[in-house]
Design a binder for this molecule. Structure first.
Ligand SMILES: Cc1cc2nc3c(=O)[nH]c(=O)nc-3n(C[C@H](O)[C@H](O)[C@H](O)COP(=O)(O)O)c2cc1C
Length: 409
């Protein structure tokens, strides 16, 4: 069902009877997205493990967290790490933020080169560290610059460009409705609206009446973001706005089952399933970030996974105090021994080719190598962009064994 069909149905039918099938595919330009559920970009959350898990639980599109275009252009090691894309993540959007059209265009080229299916531009971040540089939500008040950014990015890449924005800077703002159509004219192939003001941060409610107005104003797909926490809410927002898809953020933190519930697919997980998913998440995150970074990063996830009455509260406190992810894993197995069998099944189902990438933590790279030319290594459909000198002899050997393509970017 296209947005136009939804609009027509809204005019002719009782809203209560409109059921949008979330399993239907839709498109952003040439990119086919298999379901109407999108996993939100979330800084400090949207690691590869989160995105791959999101895909397994029903998200048709997953997004990287926002990536600094300045960081990419300086070859910052940690920023480059955000461009790691696994074979089972597609379709995937990589989101970039910045304020200079030329630098954003260059970053977009790197994102495309890394294998992203979409480049998403952030005009929504309300955090001062970002807005004070003229990026994120502040660009909503600078429509000429915002359009220049979208135009430069769209000209630089052949993949579609999408924009994610808030309603405006101040409470009650309707800026998104003025700037939305201009961004489409500048080249945006899709708009995602989180209809809170930047000032609101995450307080109050997302006002999806604005999403409905935006849908009426533009011909490109609109994605509704904000407070989608259940199947009922997703259905209401889709039916009352005519948005093409819903985006889920906080509800999916440590709770991929929220995604399957929204899709109408599954029931509450058992303790064993929760423990197995968390252990898999821990293992993948340690491989992606390296043990040192992962240890602190993962702590917030323990509470998210184990809450909702799934495990007693003191158990969560105990996990947070353990020193290594390995210890957390052992403690989880002790609390839910059946998790071993669930985990074995989960790991068997994961594509094998990704192991090559995941075995190379970002921390293996050295900052001194930032200026070295980037190389692109494709292994079994997985694209990896890193400064040439980070790609160790071992890594190249592994790639060679499976007939890779290693080329200068
Ligand atoms: C911890 C956190 C980090 C976020 N980081 C980003 C980000 O990097 N880029 C972005 O466009 N939105 C970001 N957002 C906003 C979400 O993508 C989403 O629009 C917002 O949380 C509303 O959706 P929800 O109610 O489903 O959480 C972030 C939100 C949270 C809670």
């Amino acid at each position: 069902m296209t947005a136009v069909n939804v609009k027509l149905r809204l005019r002719g039918y009782d809203l209560a009877s409109v059921q949008v099938d979330l399993h239907e595919s839709w498109r952003i330009g040439p990119v086919e997205i298999p379901t109407r559920l999108v996993l939100a970009p979330m800084a400090g959350v949207s690691v590869q493990a989160f995105r791959r898990q999101g895909r397994r639980f029903g998200a048709g599109l997953v997004c990287s967290e926002m990536v600094s275009c300045a960081g990419l252009s300086h070859g910052n090691e940690r920023t480059l790490g955000y461009l790691r894309i696994a074979a089972d993540e597609h379709p995937l959007a990589v989101q970039i933020f910045g304020s200079e059209p030329g630098v954003m265009a260059e970053a977009a080229r790197m994102v495309e080169e890394a294998g992203a299916d979409l480049v998403d531009v952030n005009f929504g971040c309300p955090v001062r560290k970002v807005t004070k540089t003229g990026a994120g939500a502040t660009l909503l008040e600078e429509p000429d610059r915002a359009c220049a950014i979208v135009e430069a990015v769209a000209d630089a890449v052949s993949v579609p460009v999408s924009v994610k924005m808030r309603r405006g800077l101040d409470n009650g703002s309707r800026t998104c409705l003025e700037i939305g159509p201009k961004l489409v004219e500048a080249g945006a192939a899709s708009l995602t609206l989180h209809p809170r003001s930047a000032r609101q941060m995450y307080t109050g409610e997302a006002d999806h009446r604005l999403t409905a107005e935006l849908v009426e104003l533009v011909e490109v797909p609109v994605v509704a973001s904000g407070d989608i926490v259940s199947q009922a809410k997703a259905q209401t927002v889709l039916a009352t706005t005519g948005a093409e898809a819903v985006m889920v953020g906080r509800a999916a933190q440590g709770n991929p089952w929220a995604l399957s519930e929204i899709m109408g697919d599954e029931d509450e997980p058992s303790r064993e399933e929760v423990a197995a998913e968390l252990i898999l998440f821990i293992r993948e995150t340690v491989r992606e970030l390296g043990e040192h970074r992962a240890t602190g990063f993962l702590k917030k996830f323990y509470g998210w996974y184990l809450g909702r009455g799934r495990f007693p509260r003191p158990f969560k406190q105990e996990l947070v105090q353990l020193e290594t992810p390995e210890q957390v894993e052992q403690r989880l197995f002790a609390a839910a021994p059946g998790a071993r069998f669930v985990l074995e099944r989960l790991e068997d189902e994961l594509p094998q080719g990704d192991e090559v990438l995941l075995d190379l933590p970002i921390s293996a790279a050295r900052a001194a190598e930032e200026t070295a030319p980037a190389r692109r290594c494709i292994d079994k459909g997985t694209v990896h962009l890193l400064p040439a000198s980070i790609i160790s002899a071992k890594f190249i050997r592994v790639c060679d064994a499976s007939a890779p393509e290693v080329e200068q970017a």
